[in-house]
Design a protein. Structure first.
Length: 410
């Protein structure tokens, strides 16, 4: 049965310089352990590299309609969320997911956070097809009993060398450095490993983190939470795989793929405000594979890019010059009790430019990584746009100015 849990109580913020101490277990929701929200229960499905087969697309859309609110939220890690789930839906949801291969390991389903360059292997860019690494890493994770001890927030990032996902704040980041080599980054250090060893190296790095976390005794969920003197040591990976340490490692930086064609047989679309209706999800088919992205969209592999106008007619974002490209929002009211506003209803795009994220409270759930326009609901019905008070009626002008202003003036 699916177990519902109450909203987590955030731990107190540590004093400057003091290590964060986690006094409770990770309460991150999963597919079997649900989160209780104002609009019902929430299930989060980990989809390594965002991958869905055509069959899984159909099952996910069916589950959203039959058991939830008819929508699928795409998270900033390329995972999927079902909302509006009723009490006692476990007898239907769990078997649906398991039969479709969306629940390969009940003991590990919350720790399968793997983001990989979504266009890898499709558009001729990148140094290696890291989607293959993602599949092997997921298999290794599920086969390692100790890996179930990772936090539901621990993140593996696999970048094919183009730099589109390397900056997403991974705890363990693999970067394709050559067709036969990869760089493994963790805690500000890096080692060079053979490409064939990359998934095994990522798993070894995760185990080194768990060892460091146990030694620290602070209950750390993420690598950055480890206190000074208890850092996870990439030299453990170096010893196990005869890896070479890299001096002054630098992560590559590159833009995400723009909405539109990706080579001759793939395309990229974005979900408005990060949500897909069941009908929009089904509209992505036929396809060999659908990959949900950390930019709250989908890469569709094995399809004709000439389908883009039809997908735009379904309400998907298919062009980089769309004002809604790069606009995201948290759940807001009425689904979240902490939110001060219905941010999805209030959201306006402004002109295309910097990404913009609408938040109903100071937690800023689901915000994108990197530079962005921060729109925060304020008490009394207004908003703060990059810290400046703005009336709701003036949002469009203020957001346009913030998205298009030179960075030196902001």
């Amino acid at each position: 049965m699916l177990a519902a849990m109450p909203p987590p109580v955030p731990p107190p913020t540590p004093a400057p310089g003091a290590p964060r101490v986690r006094e409770r277990g990770d309460a991150c929701p999963g597919a079997l352990r649900l989160h209780s929200a104002d609009d019902g229960h929430l299930a989060r499905l980990r989809l390594p590299a965002g991958r869905l087969t055509a069959r899984q697309v159909e099952v996910l859309a069916d589950a959203a309609e039959a058991l939830g609110d008819g929508r699928i939220s795409v998270t900033s890690r390329g995972n999927a969320e079902l909302r509006g789930l009723a009490d006692g839906c476990g007898a239907e949801l769990a078997p649906l997911l398991a039969e479709a291969g969306l629940l390969p390991s009940p003991t590990h389903e919350r720790v399968r956070n793997i983001v990989a360059s979504p266009a890898s292997g499709l558009d001729g860019l990148g140094t290696a097809d890291v989607q293959l690494w993602a599949r092997e890493l997921d298999e290794r994770l599920c086969a390692a009993p100790w890996a179930a001890g990772l936090s539901g927030r621990f993140l593996f990032v696999l970048d094919d060398g183009r730099g589109d996902v390397a900056g997403l704040g991974g705890d363990v980041t693999l970067v394709a450095a050559a067709p036969d080599a990869a760089l493994l980054h963790m805690g500000g250090r890096a080692v060079r490993v053979a490409a064939a060893d990359a998934p095994r190296a990522a798993l070894a790095a995760a185990r080194a983190f768990l060892s460091a976390a146990r030694a620290a005794g602070t209950g750390a969920w993420r690598v950055r939470e480890l206190p000074e003197g208890h850092e996870a040591d990439v030299r453990d990976v170096r010893k196990a795989l005869a890896a070479e340490e890299v001096p002054e490692p630098v992560l590559p930086q590159g833009p995400p793929p723009a909405p539109g064609p990706l080579g001759p047989a793939a395309l990229h679309v974005l979900a408005p405000l990060g949500r897909l209706t069941a009908a929009r999800l089904r509209a992505l088919l036929p396809a060999d594979e659908v990959r949900l992205t950390p930019w709250r969209g989908a890469v569709v592999a094995g399809t004709d890019p000439a389908r883009l106008p039809a997908l735009e007619a379904h309400g998907l974002i298919t062009r980089p010059d769309s004002p809604w490209a790069g606009v995201s929002a948290c759940t807001g009211r009425p689904g979240c009790a902490k939110s001060l506003a219905d941010v999805r209803a209030d959201a306006v795009p402004g002109r295309p430019g910097l990404p913009v994220h609408y938040s109903g409270c100071e937690r800023r759930c689901g915000h994108p990584h990197g530079d962005r326009v921060d729109v925060l609901a304020a008490p009394g019905g207004g908003y703060l746009v990059d810290g400046v008070p703005v009336a709701r009626t003036d949002l469009a002008r203020a957001v346009t100015t913030a998205r298009t202003a030179p960075r030196t003036t902001r």
